[in-house]
Write a protein that binds this ligand. Structure first.
Ligand code: PMP
Length: 394
């Protein structure tokens, strides 16, 4: 098969997924009205598949900060963090993240994807082991591949399986990086962090926790699962993203290990790409303040999460194992998932469709994400439409 034949096969597979000509994985958003509403195909639709957990994309303070940064520092840095791309704002944001977590060190990256690539490949190398949960995000898998370390997967959230695999490693468990997520992006469940840190201590390993979906969502001040569980001192490295609860784009890693700073000199995804724009840094700094003070936003977010989760389970939908702002409806077949996704869109609701092999264990998912700024009426409307569609996808 030639290189181009492979792409023709992709085109054929995509064509099979085009219900009435709609490009499921490439829907153009024609206009954006607010954190929860936009125009698709000339119609007003409700966003129920973004990661805008605190609704900060339209925060006046964040928008103003971004405007000011463009006016004062221009549209881009046109350089790597290692060269001309580390402005005072980049350094200030690193300090603010370190202070937020009461940690020694923080490194800011251009995306959350790169934060994982850079941190994992900077920490682990040939001869080391990375031990990852089977439901890990692609950035974790890719970071592991880039590292050259041996990759071992354990069954999702299965502590007996993790322990068995650590035990088998013998002395090599000391050079093992265990990687887990605060809230998993597929099914919305949390990692059993207390058990994970206890295993890490028994086997003298190192733990990296990706708080991409839990930053701003869990814990009194929004630090994430580390705060909810009180285990911040037990986790070696925390990565996360600015593209979800902070409403921007970029990523970070924080740690009490001061060696984290050395990643700046060896980590290719940090060195060989341009740094975040001044506007991104400025809006993220403003958003981080709002996130820390966002107790009321978190209360509203969890109210919406509980409301939708219980409505969908009452209706008999099969859901992920626990309530969270990521609410995955699990369908038996890609056809059913597609029908539900299309039915929701026809009623003006945009959600995420996840088909095999992207979804775990060959499942097909229709994944909703709720936001603190979804109104009561919007949540009621979503419940009504899911009720109507229940018949369609039996
Ligand atoms: N980690 C996890 C768990 C994620 O879900 C994502 C994004 N979906 C990322 C990292 C990457 O973040 P970003 O999109 O900001 O690059």
């Amino acid at each position: 098969m030639s290189l181009l034949d492979k792409l023709d096969a992709v085109a054929a597979a995509r064509k099979a997924l085009l219900p009435e000509g709609i490009d499921v994985f490439g829907i153009p958003i024609e206009e954006v009205y607010s954190s929860t509403e936009a125009k698709i195909d000339d119609r007003r639709i409700l966003f129920l598949g973004t990661n805008n957990y605190l609704g900060l994309t339209f925060s006046p303070a964040c928008i103003q900060a971004a405007h000011d940064a463009i006016d004062n520092e221009g549209t881009g840095t046109t350089g790597s963090r290692m060269a001309n791309g580390s402005y005072a704002g980049h350094r200030a944001l690193e300090q603010e993240f370190a202070d937020f977590y009461c940690c020694n060190s923080c490194v800011v990256f251009t995306t959350g994807y790169q934060a994982n690539l850079a941190t994992i490949s900077g920490l682990a190398g040939a001869g080391d082991v990375v031990m990852i949960d089977g439901d890990s995000h692609a950035s974790i898998y890719d970071g592991c591949r880039l590292s050259g370390a041996e990759i071992i997967r354990f069954r999702h959230n299965d502590m007996a399986d993790l322990e068995k695999r650590l035990r088998r490693l013998g002395e090599r468990s000391r050079s093992t990086l265990i990687i887990v997520e605060g809230i998993y992006s597929m099914l919305g469940d949390r990692a059993p962090l207390a058990d994970i840190v206890s295993l890490k201590n028994t086997y003298n390993s190192t733990v990296l926790l990706d708080e991409a979906h839990s930053l701003g969502v869990l814990g009194e001040t929004g630090q994430g699962l580390v705060e909810e569980t009180g285990l911040i001192d037990e986790v070696d490295f925390i990565t996360g993203t600015f593209s979800k609860s902070l409403g921007g784009i970029g990523g970070y890693c924080v740690s009490n290990h001061s060696q984290l700073d050395q990643l700046r000199y060896i980590s290719r995804p940090y060195i060989f790409t341009a740094s975040p724009t001044p506007a991104t840094i400025a809006s993220t700094r403003a958003a981080l303040k709002l996130l820390q003070a966002g107790t009321e936003l978190r209360r509203q977010l969890w109210k919406n999460a509980h409301q939708l989760y219980s409505r969908l389970s009452e209706l008999g939908y099969q859901l992920g194992p626990e309530v969270s702002p990521v609410i995955a409806t699990i369908l038996d077949s890609p056809q059913q998932a597609l029908a539900l996704w299309k039915g929701l869109l026809d009623h003006g609701i945009y959600v995420n469709l996840i088909l095999p092999p992207a979804a775990p264990e060959g499942k097909s998912l229709v994944r909703c994400s709720v936001s603190a700024v979804h109104s009561g009426e919007q949540m009621d409307y979503v419940g009504e439409i899911f009720a109507e569609l229940r018949e369609v996808i039996q």
